[in-house]
Every structure is written in structure tokens, then in C-alpha cells.
Design a protein around this ligand. Structure first.
Ligand SMILES: Cc1cc2nc3c(=O)[nH]c(=O)nc-3n(C[C@H](O)[C@H](O)[C@H](O)COP(=O)(O)OP(=O)(O)OC[C@H]3O[C@@H](n4cnc5c(N)ncnc54)[C@H](O)[C@@H]3O)c2cc1C
Length: 382
């Protein structure tokens, strides 16, 4: 490996997801040219597609709201749920004043957002941050693009590296504790209809609880079905990520999800992927010369469907706070950290309320662990 040329900027943005890209767009719009350390987008499916209507004003703020008009995304009109009851209840998107959610084709949305930033003048370095040092006058960032190791400089860092939260991890592992309210994981799979299927699948989202966790299924505009099962790692059946028949057997124990798949002739041909989906956060979400944005600051149980909205909000407001800090004003940064902390506490309260609505499985460990408010004693470092 060889060393790449040294470049500097006032602000460096780490990560290539929604939070980082929103931050980059915000910085460009305010006349800044950040260093952007953004690994290439992963091939294939990205989990997370339900975009809350609360995201639209933020997308407008960074000139990206038009991306939602692409034909591969669809407005969500119907959510059905069997949560706390054997009966299926429907919630219509039309009755919400702020408008419906959007079911995204997530990989396309992230590709388009990145293209928008590049079109606005951003030049992402497809590399990973591997090391950090404070020189006395600014940060030295060590990066690795797979072929070459490089070093670059910045006065301030926006960390949008997702749940990895690399800046806090490298720079201040003791200063900013990563806290965790649960160990939630998701089994994720994307299904297509069988060839020659004679049915048009319902354009909707479905939630269903079972003793070991909860199912989520949503139809994308292109007709593929996103299917996730949320549970705790110790409750996962053996071999579920290797043997398709294990996941199929789990589906057969559902009432509504399995029926939807059968009636609309979706086929399950491969076992699901396993990803982390728990509620974890940094306290505080800022440090000397850096601020965490998106999942790096706070990652929520996907029950909230607020991860992407939080990524947008923290990306934009984190960028504003960084600019203010470089101009000598530390208050917006303190205000940002306070709001992120408050948002986490509010989320934990709503999470407890929603999980408490399911009383049929009180004796099961998954639901027992989520009863009541999260206390300090339940929060352990990750
Ligand atoms: C199963 C599941 C379902 C979900 N469903 C929804 C949903 O329906 N609605 C919703 O709003 N949210 C949902 N979420 C949450 C949502 O996906 C996240 O909140 C969102 O992706 C956070 O964006 P981000 O940019 O902060 O992080 P990420 O999307 O994780 O991006 C992190 C970026 O950092 C990069 N990176 C990592 N390490 C380094 C490094 N060392 N150097 C440089 N870059 C690095 C990565 O390559 C990536 O580009 C879901 C999450 C999961 C797990």
C-alpha cells in the first residue's frame, strides 16, 4: 500500500449514508467545501424503507424533496397491524394532516441523494476512516481506500459512520459512552412474486406480533415485498440464517403475514440476513472538535420508522452547529447535544408505551424485557 496526497478542509464528513449526505448538501449550500470520506454504497438491498412525512421539510431544506417523486417510491396509504389483538386494524395514511409516509426503494434513494451532492460540487473519497490524531492545530485523519493509505486534515469532524460511530470509538472511547437499551436484531429478506403469479399484491404495510417478536412486511412500488422479523439474538432459532426452511416454519406460525405471502404467491428462496436493530446512542453526541450525526448519534428500534428522519435532521443541524463552532459560537453545538439526548429519552418513553400495548405474550422474554420504562440499570455499554 502507498500513501495518498494530503488534503485539508475546515470540515470533514465521515460516512456515505443519509446523515452524511444531508450534512454535505447543507455545507455546500452554505458555501463550505467539506472533505467527504464516504465508502462506496453497498451492492444489493439496504434495510429501512418507511420514510416518515416529517422528513419532507428536511429534504426540502437540502433541495432533495424532488427525489421522492421517482416512480420506484410509493406513498403509503394503508398500514395494517395485529399488535395487541388478534384482529387486524387498519390505519389509513390519508387521515394524517402531514401526508402519508413514503415506501422507498432505499438503495435508489441513497444513490440519488449521493448523485445530488456530487452534482452540487461534492467529491466523495471512497475510503474508510481508520485513525485520528489531534495535531494541536487540527485533526489528522487516516483513511484507507483499499489500495492506498492516506492522511488528510480538518478542523472539525461530522461523524456519520452509522452504528459504528467510529470517531467516538477511535478518539474518545471513554469520553462518550455508547449506551444501549436492548439487543434487538432483524432478520431481513426481499421477496418476489412467483413467475406467472395471477394476483396483484395489496399495496400496504403489515405488522404482526408473535411471542418471540414482531413481523413487518411492506410492498415496494416495483412489487417486491420487504419482510423483516424483529427479535432478540438469544431467541433466534438455530440455523435461521443458513436454512430457508427454518424461516419458512416461523412464517407458518403467523396468522396474517404468512397468509399474505401465500395469497399473493410470493416465494421465499433464500434464508434471511441478520442485522443489528437495537436502540443505542452516544451520551453526549458531541466532543471537542467533532459531532456525531445519524445512527452514530442515536440509532432507534425501527418500530419508530424515524431513523432516516433523524439522520436528515442531525445531518443538517449538526452541519449548522459545526459551522457555528468554527466561527467561535459553541452554543448551537451544546443545544444540538441537548436535543439529541432529549429525543432519545422521548423515544424510549414512546417505545415503552407501544410495546406495552401487546399484553398477550407477557410471559415471553421478548415482551417481558420491553415492559416499562428503560432505567439506568437496564442501559449497559455496547
Ligand atoms: C432492519 C432495519 C430496518 C429499518 N427500517 C427503517 C424504516 O423503515 N424507516 C426509517 O426511517 N429507518 C429505518 N431504519 C433505520 C435507518 O436505516 C437508519 O437510521 C439510517 O440508515 C441511518 O443513516 P446513517 O446515515 O446515520 O447511517 P448508515 O446508513 O448506517 O450509514 C453509515 C455510513 O458510514 C459508513 N462508514 C462506516 N464506517 C466507516 C468508516 N470507518 N469510515 C468512513 N465511513 C464509514 C458506511 O459505509 C455508511 O456509508 C431501519 C434500520 C434497520 C437496521
Amino acid at each position: 500500500m502507498t500513501a495518498a496526497a494530503f488534503s485539508t478542509a475546515d470540515i470533514a464528513v465521515v460516512g456515505g449514508g443519509i446523515a452524511s449526505t444531508a450534512a454535505v448538501l447543507r455545507l455546500l449550500r452554505t458555501g463550505h467545501s467539506p472533505l467527504w470520506i464516504a465508502p462506496a454504497q453497498k451492492e444489493g438491498n439496504l434495510p429501512g424503507e418507511h420514510l416518515s412525512p416529517a422528513a419532507r421539510p428536511m429534504l426540502e431544506e437540502i433541495g432533495a424533496a424532488g427525489l421522492l417523486d421517482a416512480a420506484c417510491h410509493r406513498p403509503e396509504q394503508s398500514v395494517f397491524s395485529a399488535w395487541g389483538s388478534d384482529q387486524l386494524a387498519e390505519r389509513s395514511g390519508i387521515v394524517h394532516l402531514e401526508g402519508p409516509s413514503t415506501v422507498l426503494e432505499r438503495a435508489a434513494f441513497e444513490r440519488d441523494l449521493r448523485a445530488l451532492a456530487i452534482g452540487a460540487g461534492a467529491a466523495p473519497a471512497e475510503a474508510r476512516l481508520t485513525g485520528l490524531d489531534w495535531s494541536g492545530e487540527g485533526w489528522i485523519l487516516e483513511v484507507d481506500d483499499g489500495d492506498r493509505l492516506g492522511r488528510c486534515g480538518a478542523q472539525f469532524i461530522l461523524d456519520g459512520s452509522g452504528r459504528a460511530a467510529v470517531v467516538a470509538g477511535i478518539q474518545a472511547p471513554d469520553h462518550a459512552a455508547r449506551l444501549r437499551a436492548d439487543q434487538l436484531v432483524a432478520l431481513c429478506v426481499v421477496l418476489s412474486q412467483e413467475e406467472n403469479a395471477g394476483v396483484e399484491p395489496t399495496r400496504a404495510t403489515l405488522l404482526e406480533t408473535v411471542p418471540e417478536g414482531w413481523w413487518y412486511a411492506t410492498l415496494q412500488a416495483g412489487g417486491r415485498l420487504i419482510l423483516n422479523f424483529y427479535t432478540d439474538p438469544d431467541l433466534l432459532p438455530r440455523d435461521v440464517t443458513r436454512d430457508t426452511s427454518v424461516f419458512r416454519a416461523m412464517l407458518e406460525r403467523t396468522t396474517y403475514v404468512g397468509r399474505w405471502l401465500r395469497d399473493a404467491e410470493f416465494s421465499l428462496d433464500a434464508p434471511p440476513d441478520l442485522v443489528s436493530a437495537g436502540t443505542t446512542w452516544l451520551a453526549p453526541a458531541t466532543g471537542e472538535g467533532w459531532v456525531a450525526i445519524g445512527d452514530a448519534a442515536a440509532a432507534f428500534d425501527p418500530l419508530s420508522s424515524h431513523g432516516m428522519t433523524t439522520a436528515l435532521w442531525t445531518g443538517i443541524r449538526g452541519a449548522d452547529a459545526a459551522i457555528a463552532r468554527l466561527g467561535g459560537d459553541a452554543e448551537p453545538l451544546a443545544d444540538y447535544a441537548e436535543k439529541v439526548g432529549r429525543g432519545v429519552q422521548e423515544f424510549l418513553q414512546s417505545r415503552a408505551t407501544i410495546y406495552a400495548e401487546e399484553r398477550r405474550f407477557d410471559a415471553s422474554p421478548f415482551w417481558e424485557r420491553r415492559k416499562g420504562a428503560v432505567t439506568d440499570a437496564m442501559v449497559a455499554g455496547s
